[in-house]
Ligand binder design. Structure first.
Ligand code: PMP
Length: 426
């Protein structure tokens, strides 16, 4: 595959962008052949800067729910753009969108819009503290809630005081949650939980209903606020709050990524019991109230309500999971496939340093399939059965190719260095 343009862009980027790239879309923790820059996306596909096309199982790390450049969503965005986007005050679309979301999310009596998931989780934390007058916030060990000093997974630039009242418990572990709550004494402001455990580098875990109910009960008992971080999973598991299925309503929920199908908007949703706290914090941003993403969100949410986008993604996810398991077995591999099928995590058994997984996704990439070696992936509603068949055919070849060179595989050097750094930090 030709990568001359990508390579030239990387060289230029190195001069004007620290390390050439930063954050979750940096390819430094991906196999060497993965492109850094993409020139376009359409439906379920992305094209790298050199024009190579891939069936994209990352969906921009979540924002593409219906497929890139969705005609109806983008038409709604364009129509709003003709009228104005970032103005001196919000557009009428803001009220319509807020009403729409309060109508779709059971526990939500109000919403506040922002731009990124980190804005929403950080506002959730501040709201819970403002509402309760307490300080301690519990998060599950290893959970990602964003890139602000209180929650970023990389310690550089963070001081201990930034996290003075952030404490951890183990997801799905009732005893550890009870202990953490007890240790907080009468100073507990909030418990954070993801809809399911979707940590990187590890198997995903669906929520144990007993854990979700306990989190609710402990908040009720102490007056703390239960916050569900829906940024990654929201509207991918349900057409409303992900924990409805467990019979658990949070007090606050943070949303982002996909509810405008890739247009930049996120939000905090909350119950009546948190309205005063939310109204008391100072929260804003130059682009938080821009109208174009709000118009895109209204259209995306209509499609969420009126189509089978979710059932379709689950059907395709089921076919992918079954087909991959079967192909892996045929080539003598055991896959660890976890998480909801429409947000799959695919790891290899007996692959502690990920060298098999890295080789496999490289072989897939060479065959036009973009998969990730350690982060959960996403299916979008624009994918078809034909796409899944193509992915399975490529996977079959990729298993064979990895099998043929299994004795020559090496672990990824940056991954090894980072694991050592994090271990040292702990
Ligand atoms: N919470 C969760 C669960 C996430 O997955 C993410 C982003 N991956 C965030 C918060 C932060 O969102 P953003 O990157 O938009 O700030």
């Amino acid at each position: 595959m030709n990568r001359a343009i990508d390579q030239a862009l990387r060289e230029r980027a190195l001069k004007v962008i620290p390390n050439g790239m930063y954050g979750h879309e940096s390819v430094r923790l991906l196999p060497a052949s993965f492109p850094q820059f993409f020139s376009k996306g359409e439906g379920a596909y992305i094209w790298d800067a050199d024009g190579n096309r891939y069936l994209d199982f990352m969906c921009a790390y979540g924002p593409s729910l219906l497929g890139y450049r969705h005609p109806q969503v983008d038409a709604a965005a364009r129509a709003q753009l003709e009228k104005g986007d970032t103005l001196t005050g919000p557009g009428p679309v803001m009220v319509e969108l807020a009403e729409t979301l309060v109508g779709m999310i059971d526990h939500a009596d109000w919403v506040m819009f922002c731009k990124n998931g980190t804005d929403a989780t950080t506002m959730a934390m501040s709201t819970a503290r403002a509402q309760t007058g307490k300080r301690v916030v519990l998060v599950a060990q290893g959970a990602y809630h964003g890139a602000a000093p209180w929650c970023t997974p990389i310690p550089a630039g963070v001081v201990a005081e930034d996290r003075a009242h952030i404490r951890t418990y183990i997801y799905n572990d009732c005893a550890s949650l009870e202990q953490a709550v007890a240790a907080a004494g009468d100073d507990l402001a909030a418990i954070f939980a993801a809809p399911f455990r979707h940590d990187a580098f590890t198997d995903q875990e669906l929520p144990d209903p007993a854990y979700a109910k306990l989190a609710r009960a402990l908040c009720d008992r102490t007056g703390a606020k239960l916050i569900v971080d829906e940024v990654r999973a929201g509207f991918r598991l349900a057409r409303g709050s992900s924990w409805d299925a467990l019979g658990v309503q949070p007090d606050l929920s943070a949303w982002g990524k996909c509810f405008a199908n890739g247009h930049p908007i996120s939000m905090l949703a909350g119950a009546e019991s948190c309205r005063e706290g939310a109204g008391s914090i100072y929260a804003t941003g130059s682009f938080w109230l821009s109208a174009v993403p709000m118009a895109a969100a209204i259209e995306t949410l209509r499609i969420i309500r009126e189509t089978d986008y979710l059932e379709h993604s689950v059907r395709l996810g089921d076919a992918l999971r079954a087909g991959l398991a079967e192909a892996a077995t045929r080539h003598g591999f055991t896959l660890r496939q976890s998480g909801p099928v429409q947000m799959p995590q695919i790891l290899f058994a007996d692959d502690p340093d990920f060298r098999i997984g890295y080789a496999w996704v490289e072989e897939l990439l060479a065959r036009g399939i973009y998969m990730h070696p350690w982060h959960n992936m996403f299916l979008c509603a624009a994918m078809t059965e034909g796409d899944i068949d193509m992915a399975l055919a490529a996977a079959d070849e990729a298993f064979a190719a990895v099998r043929a060179r299994i004795d020559t595989l090496e672990p990824h050097p940056v991954l090894v260095a980072m694991a050592a750094m994090l271990e040292h930090h702990d």
